[in-house]
Every structure is written in C-alpha cells, then in structure tokens.
Design a protein around this ligand. Sequence first.
Ligand code: MN
Length: 131
Amino acid sequence: MDRKTILVIEDNELNMKLVRGLLKIGNYRMLEAVDAETGIRMAREHLPDLILMDIQLPGIDGLTASRLIRKDPDIKDIPIVALTSYAMHGDEEKAIKAGCTGYITKPMDTRNFLSVISRILKSAKETDPLG
Ligand code: MN
C-alpha cells in the first residue's frame, strides 16, 4: 500500500513535534508549514492526501485558509482536518462551516488522532473514483 501524504499547517513547535511522532507511527509522509500562506502554496504544489490545519495561526487563520482551499479548484477536494483547541468552544462547528472535513481537539489524544486521520482518508477514497 502506498504511503499517504499529510500536510500539517501548525505554528506551535511542540504540537508540530507531537504530530510528527504520531504520523511516523501511522507510517504517513509528512509535509510541514508554519503559516497558512506557505501551507496553501505547498498544498497546490504537492497535492497531499489530507491537510491538518491548526485554527489559530499567525496571519491568515485556519478557518480563512480552509475557505480559501475550498474555493481553489486545484485543491478544493483535499480533506481538511482542523486542529481545534479544547479551550475554544465552538471552534469545531466553525471549522465544519468553513469547509473542514473533520476536527481533532487539542490537547491531542494519541489513539483518537490516528483513527480520525485514517477514517477520513478512507472515506475520501470511497468518494473519489480515481482513488
Ligand atoms: Mn496555533
């Protein structure tokens, strides 16, 4: 089976490190961006299988970035998983409204993290005739 590529857009170094460890366990290939502008550019360039999007980012925030991705014909169908903060009530709903496919709440639950990713990758595959 081919390795899936996950683009992670996250400005917090500790969270990025944690995600890196988890994606390694899941045998995913990881691309990293610390702001939305870079992330969107990398998404267009690499067409990842999934984007993990932090909501609170410097400059363009994760919700705005998700809306921009959904309007971009080249990358609009890439699933986006929002990284929301437990402390920020209502972010999950906002993320879905902004076009995110799902969300993972921080602080991240290690087991839940990989199951959410694989579930969303699987359902994306089922709806995409090209696989
Ligand atoms: Mn952040």
